[in-house]
Design a protein around this ligand. Structure first.
Ligand SMILES: NC(=O)c1ccc[n+]([C@@H]2O[C@H](COP(=O)([O-])OP(=O)(O)OC[C@H]3O[C@@H](n4cnc5c(N)ncnc54)[C@H](OP(=O)(O)O)[C@@H]3O)[C@@H](O)[C@H]2O)c1
Length: 254
């Protein structure tokens, strides 16, 4: 399959490398920043472009993997292509494409991707959606090449999944960053806490998270929580998060 990749960020990079490894041909990589496009295109033996007017009109598949708010703008440049045009966003409706291109679809990988961390696509849940059965079959065949976990999901379900993903991934990672800050300010190494982070994630592989909640909030250890809040006196943002999450833990454990 001949593919044009629109975007050169985290998802675009991982997806392009995985597709390339399965023998799919990425023809072009578009980025508004030519250097970014070149960096990725070089690894794929593809052409780097920074102008949407240069997009090859004859590809089989166009993957738009830019920030959600820019998807529509990129899609408007693909109104004359006959190939399938997909985006990779969790919360963006398929209709944002359908109103601009002939054949629109969604190819949403439910995983956290960062350019600096390699990962295997084998068990990345791939959520696909298309406007007709033929296009859905094309996406299904492609997704099955990449992963053992392929789901046909409509936009409403995909949005719910993305919301859950923000709570399961983006927020915990931000809390890890706060833990790092607290440790760093007190000359303690982040490595000390890594086994705790690993066990927290590992425990929910076999248990529901609410059944393995630990800590002062679930025990209702008021004195300990008050001491922690005192330690955060000069950090009102962290103090608010501490209070909000502790209240939520108490509510859920009732
Ligand atoms: N990262 C994840 O874990 C993840 C997981 C699943 C789905 N997604 C979805 O995948 C898509 C890409 O996310 P990402 O995390 O890969 O983003 P990212 O790493 O931040 O990359 C964003 C890309 O968008 C481009 N861009 C930004 N503004 C643009 C504009 N006005 N016009 C054209 N291009 C523009 C950037 O181009 P420049 O490099 O030129 O600035 C960059 O290539 C999003 O729809 C996101 O919701 C992300």
């Amino acid at each position: 399959m001949n593919i044009v990749l629109l975007g050169s960020g985290n998802v675009a990079t991982h997806l392009a490398k995985a597709l390339n490894a399965k023998g799919e041909q990425v023809l072009q990589v578009y980025s508004q920043n030519l250097l970014n496009a070149k960096l990725l295109a070089k690894q794929l033996n593809a052409e780097a472009i920074d102008n949407l007017a240069q997009v090859d009109q004859t590809a089989d598949l166009y993957i738009i993997s830019v920030k959600d708010d820019a998807i529509e703008h990129v899609a408007t440049s693909l109104k004359n292509v006959n190939g399938l045009v997909v985006h990779t966003s969790g919360t963006t409706d398929i209709s944002i494409l359908s109103s601009h291109v002939k054949n629109g679809g969604v190819f949403y990988p439910l995983q956290t991707f960062s350019k600096i961390k390699a990962l295997s696509f084998d068990d990345v849940p791939l959520c696909i959606e298309a406007n007709d059965d033929n296009q859905l079959q094309i996406l299904k065949d492609l997704a099955n090449k990449l992963s053992d976990q392929v789901y046909e999901l409509d936009g409403a379900k995909r949005k719910v999944l993305h919301l859950a993903a923000v709570f399961a991934c983006n927020f915990p990672n931000h809390l890890f960053a706060m833990a790092h800050k607290i440790l760093e300010e007190n000359n303690l190494d982040f490595n000390i806490i890594r086994p705790l982070i690993a066990e927290t994630a590992d425990k929910v592989m076999d248990n529901l998270p609410e059944s393995v909640q630990t800590g002062p909030a679930v025990r209702n250890d008021e004195n300990t929580m008050n001491k922690h809040l005192e330690m955060l006196e000069n950090k009102p943002d962290m103090q608010n998060i501490y209070k909000t999450i502790s209240s939520s833990i108490k509510l859920m454990s009732k």
